[in-house]
Design a protein around this ligand. Structure first.
Ligand SMILES: *[C@@H]1O[C@H](CO)[C@@H](O)[C@H](O)[C@H]1NC(C)=O
Ligand SMILES: *[C@@H]1O[C@H](CO)[C@@H](O)[C@H](O)[C@H]1NC(C)=O
Ligand SMILES: *[C@@H]1O[C@H](CO)[C@@H](O)[C@H](O)[C@H]1NC(C)=O
Length: 313
């Protein structure tokens, strides 16, 4: 590179940094949007895990138009031993979109600029971390299951844009939070419809809420093909199937430009408990999920700077 070019490049990068800082203060509809940098991941080295494994042709959310292949259905139905067949699945999904918006709005209103996300897991390493303000500062805040914010605001923040859940981990949401359902069996889709309408009376391996308070227009359902891809591509088929936390991180790779990860993994003593409950069982591991392997993938994504991993206390 010629020596004359260097100052120009330096100046350009200064302007770039300036714009990033400015855009952080503008909202989605702000005038700065048109000046802001595009995708934060654009200059990635082709060798990194993110580039090697991310497949944008796999759509994270089901829509009325999603065509699940029979192969994908067969992968999905074995994770929680679904006995009903593919035709029954398809019939259930078609009813789903009579109740919920048929083509979910990805909400990518500000795709012109870098969309920053906080993915907030439930690890005890959040306790005493004082990450609350940093979490709330991101554009999109993704939380999991029934993890509370009340009483833990200093460490976990207050805002929730997306809350991922499955029926056994469901909680009521406020009107502006998106409910993102991870379905593990056909009953989960049925639960979703009934929890918003007549009430659900079936059973599962854990108690289920019969009704849920949440905004019906903000419901999104994860595509079973996306769950399979998280397992087969991102975890190379290890374990029985990925944890909700891991799949949520892969979801973030698809819908966010810049990702801050909080509350994943064990604490510095190696405890894998939740920030909101006392550790009862030291052997609490990660069930059918390959927890350690999942965490290694997340660390690798952090090492290559695809995500920023905030490891807490
Ligand atoms: C991405 O996924 C699609 C659908 O499963 C598949 O056909 C395609 O080969 C994948 N692309 C890569 C690069 O793996
Ligand atoms: C919730 O939001 C919807 C629009 O998505 C609106 O129609 C409804 O009135 C809101 N409900 C409450 C209680 O604010
Ligand atoms: C974590 O594990 C250590 C060592 O077993 C124990 O002393 C400590 O109380 C645990 N921490 C929490 C938050 O439960």
């Amino acid at each position: 590179m010629s020596l004359k070019l260097k100052p120009a490049i330096f100046l350009l990068s200064l302007i770039g940094v300036g714009l990033i800082v400015l855009s952080a203060f503008s909202d989605c509809n702000g005038w700065l949007q048109s000046f802001a940098p595009t995708a934060c991941f654009s200059d990635k080295n082709a060798n990194v895990l993110f580039v090697r494994r991310l497949n944008r042709s796999i759509k994270p959310f089901l829509s009325a138009k999603t065509k699940l292949s029979e192969d994908d259905f067969n992968w999905w139905k074995r994770i929680q031993i679904e006995h009903r067949d593919f035709a029954f699945y398809k019939n259930t999904v078609s009813k789903l979109f009579e109740i919920f918006p048929p083509v979910p709005d990805l909400g990518k209103a500000c795709s012109e600029r870098c969309r920053t996300c906080a993915v907030v897991g439930n690890s005890v390493n959040l306790k005493g971390s004082r990450y609350g303000r940093l979490i709330d500062y991101q554009d999109v805040i993704i939380r999991m299951n029934f993890a509370p914010t009340k009483g833990f605001e200093e460490d976990v923040g207050t805002k929730t844009t997306y809350r991922v859940m499955y029926p056994e981990s469901a909680s009521d949401l406020d009107n502006s939070t998106h409910l993102v359902l991870f379905p593990f069996k056909i009953q989960d889709l049925d639960w979703l419809m009934k929890a918003f309408t007549t009430g659900f009376s079936g059973r599962s391996y854990a108690p289920l809420k019969s009704k849920i308070n949440a905004n019906k227009d903000l419901v999104k359902v994860i595509n079973p093909a996306f769950m399979k891809y998280s397992h087969m591509v991102w975890l190379e088929g290890k374990g029985t199937y990925p944890s909700t936390g891991f799949m949520t991180l892969i979801l973030a790779l698809h819908i966010c430009d810049e990702i801050h990860v909080f509350g994943y993994g064990a604490d510095s003593d190696g405890n894998w408990s939740h920030y909101f409950e006392a550790l009862e069982n030291k052997n609490l591991k990660t069930g059918p999920h390959p927890g350690q392997h999942e965490y290694e993938i997340i660390k690798q994504l952090a090492d290559e700077k695809t995500v920023e991993l905030h490891q807490g206390s």
